[in-house]
Design a protein around this ligand. Structure first.
Ligand SMILES: [Fe+2]
Ligand SMILES: [Fe+2]
Length: 295
């Protein structure tokens, strides 16, 4: 998408504000909250289930706000101001300003949705993905700008289950589905932008740096996609489970989860890396080791 096209297609320019009009519909999709299937959680009753779905929505919107403003937004500003680890073209810099505007708009819509539904996320700590990303960044000898760029390439090119399931859930409150659909429309353009950034980055790196940096990607994908289990425990306790039961429900739920969803979510990122010629040597081996690719 050229900078000129952005004026005609960006949702901040031509989209509509999702407005909450009807009381019908649920706050989140149960299939994205697998702890709900546990009999100990079901025994808590319908009201507890509603509360857990509301908490899941609050956390999803908080996740979105933090991702957009503190990670992808930060990376886009680095690109716009030529502070990224490798230089980018003038056009890529101009587009970074536009995309930064999109991401801020998505955060505005998320805050607005919370307001309209009478919810807030002020009591929530940092989402697990940010804690994991910052831990990986601290452990790395590479600059934070590179780690954030790699993470942004991963998160902007993959298709999260949340986006796919929420946009297809007919029982969701219409305003939430509209929010997700508005967001997804912009993200299709962002994915193309970050695919190109992955190719640029790979071109600019020398072979030694490629072998060192490429293998970081799988851990960043896991950092993004893995569930926030501490949040699950906290919300289960708030819904009425004893702490030991809450931990046990989460452990049992994780034992039943498969890697299939991870793999299918990460596939577009792997395709992007494949077309950038990056999915080879130590990078490929790291993806196999992380169970995101067959040997
Ligand atoms: Fe976004
Ligand atoms: Fe985006």
């Amino acid at each position: 998408m050229s900078s000129r096209d952005w004026f005609d297609v960006a949702r901040v320019r031509v989209g509509r504000r999702p407005v909450h009009r009807t009381p019908e519909g649920r706050l989140f999709s149960p299939s994205l909250l697998p702890v709900l299937a546990d009999p100990r959680v079901q025994a808590l009753g319908h009201e507890a289930e509603e509360q857990l779905l509301g908490d899941a929505l609050r956390r999803y919107l908080h996740f979105t706000i933090v991702l957009e403003t503190e990670v992808v937004g930060r990376t886009l500003l680095d690109l716009a101001h030529q502070r990224a680890p490798t230089p980018v073209s003038d056009q890529a810099r101009r587009e970074a300003f536009s995309l930064h505007c999109d991401e801020s708009w998505h955060a505005v819509l998320a805050v607005d949705l919370l307001d309209q539904l009478g919810l807030h996320c002020d009591d929530l700590g940092p989402p697990a993905f940010l804690t994991r990303l910052n831990r990986l960044t601290l452990a790395s000898a590479d600059p934070a700008s590179l780690m954030y760029l790699l993470f942004s390439i991963a998160s902007e090119t993959l298709i999260s289950n949340s986006l796919r399931i929420l946009s297809a859930d007919p029982f969701l409150k219409p305003v939430i589905r509209e929010f997700v659909e508005e967001h997804a429309r912009d993200e299709a353009h962002h994915s193309a932008y970050f695919r190109t950034r992955s190719a640029d980055l790979w071109q600019a790196l020398d072979p030694c740096d490629r072998d060192r940096i490429g293998p970081i990607w799988p851990s960043l994908i896991h950092a993004y996609l893995e569930p926030d289990t501490e949040a699950w425990v906290a919300d289960l306790v708030r819904a009425g489970l004893a702490s030991t039961d809450a931990h046990s429900v989460v452990t049992d739920t994780l034992a039943c989860s498969s890697t299939g969803a991870f793999r299918s979510a990460a596939r577009p990122t792997l395709t992007a890396l494949e077309s950038a010629n990056a999915l080879r040597g130590p990078t490929r081996e790291a993806f196999v080791k992380a169970d995101l690719l067959d040997a």
